[in-house]
Design a protein around this ligand. Structure first.
Ligand SMILES: Nc1ncnc2c1ncn2[C@@H]1O[C@H](COP(=O)(O)OS(=O)(=O)O)[C@@H](OP(=O)(O)O)[C@H]1O
Ligand SMILES: Nc1ncnc2c1ncn2[C@@H]1O[C@H](COP(=O)(O)OP(=O)(O)O)[C@@H](O)[C@H]1O
Length: 606
């Protein structure tokens, strides 16, 4: 990889930290690898203590997920020996470099010569940034930087300002962001090279392992493509971008388990038919290190591999989790035109296509990182024939077994264990509508119907909730929002545990209803919105509780539909107007939707 110069770039301003900058960071120099790549630009403990103490008086910038992963890669030496955020004017051509862009309001409190604490979302200081300059991202004129009194660490610097601003300066790392999940799979570039050596994998030009980027899962087509590489004598490193993954997120763990399962399929003994395909072409989107072309088969395994245990020798692939934000675009199956190859060519051909530009940029970054991780070539994106996530979801929702042509059986087993069919999954059913529209009546009967089918059901009726869960809340917008959110929280827990929560609040505001939907789906449950659209006149004519009369008389203020808003849902899954529909039929309509969407099995013997 080509690296940035040893001095910070991007500003002609004198570097106030010239002697404290990365080249002279205690502890960093001696960690530098033979190739000039600083393997770990984290300062020694003494220096870290010094910086932490000093940072009490510094402004802070809280990094978002991408910025944090960029910083982590920078501290791992992926962006040059001098950890820095280079300025636009001095950005070297060649490998991508990170930039740190902050809102104008944040930048207004910063200026050249200042020190800034770069923090993660929890407020942990990851690095010190010694600011050399600030560049507006829209044009090249310098931002007038006003020195502001430093604020307490942990809070982003704020002041008024214009558009986003790029920060330019040198970086000293205090600690790498912590990742408690899968420590054995989180190899640094240096650690991976050591692992290659331990496994006896060749690392010379052309013979080094290939990187295969897995932004989503690996399907049968991907496994086939990787096996085509390994049959040609290559070793493969599956680089899985997991930047920003929450270690408490079950979906993240599912993905890693599926990738591990795919690894077993990659390393399974060759099938007879495969033996004849040893020299087939690898793939159209391969990018190799030295000339952009796919290489012929590597030399035979080195002699020292023979010393490894037979089990280890069999393994020609491994999985490494890397601090890169996964790309949905790269995870999705591509159109044939989008699987074209070398970064230069792709960018030239597709300059007018934003999607292709983005892919070209991502591919270039991935090729660069693959090289940093010691790999000879890099494959990005799914293999031709890999299914889209939606295809799998449809099969999993319906409980249809995943065919081996689509997913290796071990991966299918992981997926079906984690994602049961809809009829076995938890669910929130939210009835919404005016007072007297029929929500409670319908919800009560629906609960009965679901219990008849043997489902576990919890009823969260508006009136009942208000006497328990939301006691003391009134009918202001804030109180209604709190009330509905509480219902949503409980319902999400019920659904997450496999039960069905039937809720019947008025829930007059669309954004809170959307939040309830999001809460449930985040817990792995389904969500069905039923709009009971009975017109106001009908509800008012019913006036079972006499509340409309009181509302009209002004005795009850802010009454929904009379003197308080009700936002009609545009995203309802079922709409029932009880004015012209008997209760039983209205509930049948809801049930029909639940059966059709796969959430509930059809009734037997009824
Ligand atoms: N100001 C005002 N506006 C609307 N409704 C009122 C009001 N004051 C009391 N009630 C009674 O409270 C029930 C609505 O409570 P909810 O918890 O469902 O309302 S909300 O979702 O928080 O808006 C509602 O019950 P339902 O008739 O079952 O909808 C009313 O009986
Ligand atoms: N088809 C119907 N579906 C539901 N309720 C109906 C229907 N026809 C008349 N009603 C009456 O309308 C009233 C609805 O009240 P309720 O279910 O408490 O509504 P909400 O919970 O929306 O305030 C009840 O008195 C109910 O008997």
């Amino acid at each position: 990889m080509s690296a940035t110069s040893d001095t910070a770039v991007g500003s002609s301003a004198p570097d106030p930290h010239a002697t404290a900058g990365p080249p002279d960071i205690p502890g960093a120099g001696e960690q530098r690898g033979a190739n000039g790549v600083c393997p770990l630009a984290v300062v020694a403990a003494d220096r870290a203590r010094e910086l932490r103490a000093a940072s009490v008086a510094w402004p802070s910038v809280v990094l978002d997920t991408r910025q944090l992963t960029d910083l982590e890669l920078m501290l791992l030496g992926a962006f040059g020996p001098a950890p820095s955020y280079p300025g636009r004017a001095r950005q070297p051509a060649g490998p991508p470099v990170p930039s740190l862009t902050v809102p104008g309001e944040t930048a207004a409190a910063l200026g050249p010569g200042m020190d800034v604490a770069l923090r993660d979302r929890e407020g942990v200081m990851i690095a010190a940034l010694h600011l050399l300059g600030l560049e507006p991202t829209a044009d090249d004129s310098p931002t007038p930087a006003t020195a502001m009194p430093a604020e307490a660490s942990g809070t982003p610097a704020t002041a008024t300002g214009a558009g986003p601003v790029r920060l330019v300066g040198t970086v000293e790392g205090l600690e790498l962001p912590s990742h408690p999940d899968y420590p054995r799979l989180r190899l640094t570039p240096e650690g991976l090279r050591a692992e290659f050596a331990a496994r006896g994998w060749a690392t010379g030009a052309g013979a080094a392992p290939w990187a295969v980027w897995a932004d989503g899962l690996l399907y049968t087509a991907d496994v086939g493509r990787i096996r085509a590489l390994t049959r040609q004598g290559k070793h493969c490193v599956i680089l899985a971008p997991v930047g920003g993954a929450d270690p408490a997120d079950a979906a993240h763990h599912l993905r890693v388990r599926c990738l591990l399962a795919a690894l077993d399929a990659i390393d399974a003994p060759p099938r007879p038919a495969e033996a004849t395909l040893a020299h087939e072409p690898v793939a159209s989107d391969a990018v190799s290190r030295d000339d952009g072309r796919t290489h012929p088969a590597s030399p035979p395994e080195p002699a020292h591999t023979a010393a490894l245990a037979p089990e280890s020798r069999r393994h020609r692939s491994m999985l490494v989790l890397v601090p890169v934000v996964p790309s949905e675009r790269l995870a999705a199956p591509r159109e044939p035109a989008m699987s074209a190859t070398a970064p230069g060519g792709l960018a030239d051909e597709a300059a007018s296509e934003p999607a292709l530009d983005e892919i070209a940029e991502l591919t270039a970054l991935r090729a660069h990182l693959a090289e940093v991780y010691g790999c000879a070539g890099s494959l990005t994106g799914p293999a031709i024939g890999a299914p889209g996530a939606d295809d799998l979801t449809t099969l999993l929702d319906a409980g249809v077994p995943l065919p081996a042509e689509l997913t290796p059986p071990a991966v299918a087993a992981e997926l079906t264990r984690a994602v049961p069919p809809r009829r076995q999954r938890g669910l929130t059913i939210l009835f919404t509508g005016l007072s007297g529209s029929g929500k409670s009546t319908l919800a009560g009967l629906l609960v009965c119907r679901l219990l008849e089918r043997g489902r576990r059901v919890t009823l969260l009726d508006g009136d009942i909730v208000r006497t328990h869960l939301s006691q003391g809340l009134g009918f202001s917008r804030a109180d209604r929002d709190t009330n509905v959110r509480r219902i949503g929280f409980v319902a999400a827990e019920v659904a997450g545990a496999g039960g069905i929560a039937v809720c019947a609040p008025i829930a007059p505001y669309a954004d809170v209803r959307a939040q309830v939907r999001a809460m449930t789906t985040a817990r792995g449950g389904g969500f069905v919105l039923v709009y009971v659209s009975t017109p106001l006149e009908v509800c008012e004519a019913r006036d079972r509780k006499g509340l409309y009369a009181k509302a009209r008389a002004g005795v009850i203020p802010a009454f929904t539909g009379v003197s308080d808003p009700y936002e009609e849902p545009a995203d309802a899954d079922v709409v029932v107007d009880t004015a012209g529909l008997p209760t039983e039929q209205a509930v049948d309509r809801v049930l029909a939707h639940l059966v059709e969407a796969g959430w509930v099995e059809g009734a037997r013997g009824q």
